[in-house]
Structures are given as C-alpha cells and as structure tokens.
Write a protein that binds this ligand. Sequence first.
Ligand SMILES: [Zn+2]
Length: 447
Amino acid sequence: MLDQEPLTASHEYTYNERDTLAEMEWRSQPKQHDHDELRPRKRQKTIHHSALPTPRREDYTIAWICALHIEMAAARAMLDECHEPLPIDTDDNNTYVLGRIKRQNIVIACLPTGQYGTNNAANVMTNMRRTFTNIRDGLMVGIGGGAPGKVDVRLGDIVVGTSVIQYDLGKILGDNQSQLHRTATPRFPRPSLLTAASTLRSKHELCASQVPRILRQRLEAHTQYSRPSSPDRLFHATYSHQSAIASCDECDQSKLMPRCQRAPTNNIMIHYGAIASGNQVMKHSTTRDTVTRELDVICFEMEAAGLMDILPCLPIRGICDYSDSHKSNEWQRYAAATAAAYAREFIEELPVIEAGSRTADSPARIEMAELQQTNQALKMEVRELNVRLRLQQSRLPPQVPYRNLVAINDALGETYSFSLNYIDSFELFVTVLRHKFEHVGLGIGRL
Ligand SMILES: [Zn+2]
C-alpha cells in the first residue's frame, strides 16, 4: 500500500507543486506539444536547408591535437575555412580552433603552454571528446625527434606512427635508467586511420606526395616555416654536443655521420613505422640508439601514448632533430609545417563519414530520431499502465469504479505521460492528478 493521503479536495498546493502544475498546464494542453519536443532537429533541419549550415558541435568528426603553438599555427594554415568558436562546457579547459578541410570539419586543440607529455595530451583529448561527441578520428600532429638507424630519417622528413609504444613505462631493475624493464605494449591507431594511411601510401608509390605543393600554397608567405638554410647534421652517437658551444657550427664536423646527398626534389620523405612516446625529452644519443634497437622505432615524441587509450590517434611527426644532445630549435617550425601538410593530405584521403551517422538532416538520423520517439512512447505507455495499477491499489475510495479511473486516465493521457516524466514522487503525482480532475470538471468528490 502507498502512503499518500487519500484524495480529498482540501489539499493545498505547495510552491513547488504550483510550479509543476503551471508547467504541466502549458505542456499538456495541445497534444502535439509533446510530439514537437521530440523533433527539434527536424525544425533545425529546415532552417539549415534554407541557408548555409553553421556547423554544430556534433558536425566535427576529426580531432587535430598539437603540443606547441607553432604546430597549431601550421595546423591553422592548413584549413580551407575557419569557423566561429562554439560555446563549450565550463569544465572544458581547452581552447579550440574550428575549421574545415575539403568536406571534413576539424577541431584543433593545443596543449597548455609549457605543459607537454602524455598526461596533458590525455586531458586535452578527454575534454575534446566530451565537448565534441562525434569525434571519430584523431591526429597528433607536430614535431618529433628522429631515431636514425634502420631508416634514413632526415630533418624535415615526416614520420607516420603505425604503432606507438610508451618507452619510459616499466620497472627499473638497477641504479641505471638503462636497466629499465619495459612493460608497455604497442598501441595502434584506429583501423580507419591505418587503412587511409595505406591508401595514401599506395598513391605515393605512383605519384609524388602533395606535401611540397601544400607547403607552397599554404605557408610560402610565412618564411619562418620555410626550410631552414642551416645544415642537416647527424653526429656519431658517441660524440656529444658541448654545453658551452652555442651552435653545432663549432662542433667537430669530422664526427658527422656520412650520408648521401638527397636530390632537392626528394627533400621530404615520408616514413611509416613505430613511434616511441614518453614523458621526457630524449636528447641522449646512446639511450636513443638502445631504445631504437629494442623497440624498433623510428621517432621519439611526448604525447601520442597519452591519447591512445582515449582515442587511438595517428601520430604524424615532422623530424626537427635527432633526439640527441645536438638538438636545437632551428628546424622546428619547418618540421611542424611538413607534418601539418602531410596531415592535410591525409585528411583529404580520409573518407567522409557517412552523412547519416553525423548530420542532423540525414535520412538515417531522422530514422534514428523516430526510433527513439517510438521507444519513448512505449516507455510512456508502460508507465501509464503502472499508474493505473497503482491507482487501483491506492487508497482511493473503494466505491470508485475502475472504469472511471480508466476514462479519466484516457482523458488525461498526455498529462500522465508528461507528469510521470517529470515528477518522481507518486504523492505529488496524485496531487497533480487531483488538480487535473478538477480542471476538467471531474470534482474529486465524485470519486
Ligand atoms: Zn652540436
């Protein structure tokens, strides 16, 4: 049995009840109100058809994460169109750059200034995915340190991470960091990213990459992002940079690794392989070589491992140094530019997501909305049936015929549905019901 008072006409409404009642009056009167509420997107769709649609949060499907402001600048330069910022949640600390490349809507976010590493990258991606719920593919685009060895990687080259391994995760077995027993396992980008990478790679087997053209078109006016005039030097792993020396011009040039000259038309090469990701800057050549051998990696960076659990991203890295003590900033902007240019070419290759799953006005989305409405209607019916049962079991005067209740219930069906959705307390519901009885001229005394 329920504890609510018997239905009597003497009940006085509380403030909260009055509010609820007023809202109910508005909601329950014309029957179509409830149906309209379920179809706000259809009304939006009409507006969108009559004018160029302004992308909404759910229209953005590609995340482009940067760690440095120079990487974000290169990313901006790749956009065909910049979009107005959208409101974001108060607990989202990111600042977004929104835009479009061909038919893809892109969200660009940068790590907080001065804060790098896998954890910060994870925070940025977590916030982004909460705000932009339809993000499907993620790219981590920026600079990285080359791991020379198996691959003839040069400054300005592009490394595409077909797998990511957090190289600094493990157990230290001795006093020396080199005795780290690595426990991390390789992580892989989403299959959709890897298949797109294969497709683009196959294209490059037959035709040159578009990266040089994209760089010319997008960044030629920004000369700080052009190829530096300073030489590309790779020193022997055993020869360290002296801290007192300002530039590698003063380093012993006889310690340079002999490498063949590349043709100017082949300046930027794209390498596919494993990337070592960690929270520390790698600038020690012998440690670099150890990790490179152990993990078979071709690049070092500091963010990708943090993203893989949240959204398995494709890391795209422009090589700006050789992860050794000779590292300098001279090649960073150019390397950021080559990575961004590849990212643009890659996005052009990425299939546009089936419109039905992403846009409000697609047939599939409408069908989904209708299914949800049906589901909601079924739920309401079940709840109404429950109410009828509970009314039967309540303290209503036993002489009230059940058919009266059913008749009243039918007449007030919309009210039942609405009130049950918004009123948790059954007592309050009965109060509301009493009010409605009076409103339609069925005095409570008649029950
Ligand atoms: Zn040096």
